[in-house]
Write a protein that binds this ligand. Structure first.
Ligand SMILES: Nc1nc2c(ncn2[C@@H]2O[C@H](COP(=O)(O)OP(=O)(O)OP(=O)(O)O)[C@@H](O)[C@H]2O)c(=O)[nH]1
Length: 331
């Protein structure tokens, strides 16, 4: 591929939004630096990487569908070539989208998710974070629309180091809330301003929010014109009782079945390339080549009860001590 037209500097003099940090008084701003397609079972999504002038973290957005586009990504940058734009995943300048925000046909499904290295990357079953991320992405891929705003607020914003200490306190009998307090951290130290800015960048001001946490609903709408049109609960799959009418209404508005997933392949897609047979065959083929190939995805999406007892304790603490809207099943 001829890359000669990529401009030689990677530090293009970009507009004022892009410098880090400006002054303590600068108003918070973000910019989407790059967007890339990520293949995903049943299709693809677009990963968007943001920088901002408030912290040095790379906050992310996982976007399903072509309808949701980033204004700051598509903004023209000084001296950039069309190849530069392609490489950072921006639309060609001739169909510059920057001054014409797309109007979304309906309020998209949004998940505002905070990083959990333990639950998502190393598949800890101490919490439900890996499941929640996988499940929200599965639902969005079914709908071919939606955004996961992925905030780097590890451990409810206490960071991995302190969170691991909190784990040790939990192994001594404390729950997630008291463990944080013993370490002189708030039970939940997260903020949502960054998420508000990212949603604004996608021209999203109303949404269906996937969460059990009323505090999150309140904070995402605080001092902003963002409206949560509806809250979609996130019942852990191993807590779902298919005979419970309310549980079956869990995903009202989403064309998907909330019952535990028995066969991922049939749940995914119905387009020619993605028939259940095609997916099942591909899955089996991939498994025979490398049994681990799909294990992380599958484990998160289909957690089985026997391995989840620590996550049950975690969820019960969220319901009883943090006000999360979760019906605790009979154990
Ligand atoms: N401090 C601490 N944080 C944890 C622990 N387990 C998971 N987390 C963090 O908790 C965050 C997820 O928050 P949760 O309270 O599970 O859920 P939520 O996002 O508030 O609510 P939902 O939207 O319903 O998922 C992530 O940042 C995890 O890293 C823990 O034991 N201690």
């Amino acid at each position: 591929m001829d890359t000669s037209s990529i401009s030689s500097t990677s530090t293009l003099p970009e507009n004022k939004l892009h410098s880090l940090p400006e002054s303590p008084l600068a108003s918070p701003s973000i910019v989407c630096k790059v967007r890339a397609r990520i293949p995903y079972p049943g299709g693809s999504f677009y990963l968007h990487l943001y920088t901002n002038n408030m912290d040095t973290k790379e906050h992310l957005a996982i976007v399903f569908g072509d309808e949701i586009t980033s204004l700051s990504l598509n903004e023209p940058r000084e001296n950039e070539t069309e190849m530069d734009r392609k490489v950072r995943g921006a639309a060609p300048l001739q169909n510059n989208l920057s001054d014409t925000p797309k109007t979304l046909s309906k309020a998209p499904v949004v998940r505002i998710h905070s990083e959990c290295y333990t639950g998502e990357t190393v598949s800890s079953t101490r919490c439900d974070c890996g499941y929640q991320l996988a499940e929200s992405m599965r639902l969005m891929s079914l709908q071919k629309s939606g955004v996961v705003v992925y905030l780097r607020q590890e451990g409810r914003n206490i960071g991995l180091l302190e969170k691991l200490k909190a784990y040790n306190l939990q192994d001594m009998g404390h729950d997630t809330v008291t463990a944080n307090l013993i370490l002189n951290h708030p039970a939940d130290g997260r903020t949502y301003e960054m998420a508000q800015l990212i949603l604004k960048d996608f021209s999203i001001n109303k949404m269906q929010l996937l969460t059990n946490n009323p505090d999150k609903v309140e904070k995402i709408t605080e001092n902003s014109d963002i409206v949560v049109e509806s809250r979609l609960p996130m019942l852990p799959s191993w807590w779902i009782d298919p005979s419970h009418a309310d549980h079956c209404e869990t995903l009202h508005g989403i064309d998907a079945c909330p019952t535990p997933i028995n066969d991922l392949a049939t749940d995914i897609d119905t387009t020619v390339e993605n028939t259940p047979e095609y997916l099942e065959n591909s899955l089996n083929k991939a498994k025979s080549v490398s049994p681990a190939a799909f294990s992380s995805y599958e484990r998160h999406i289909r957690p089985t009860k026997p391995t989840m007892s620590e996550a049950d304790k975690y969820l019960i603490t969220k319901a009883l001590k943090m006000g999360h809207l979760l019906d605790i099943p009979k154990f």
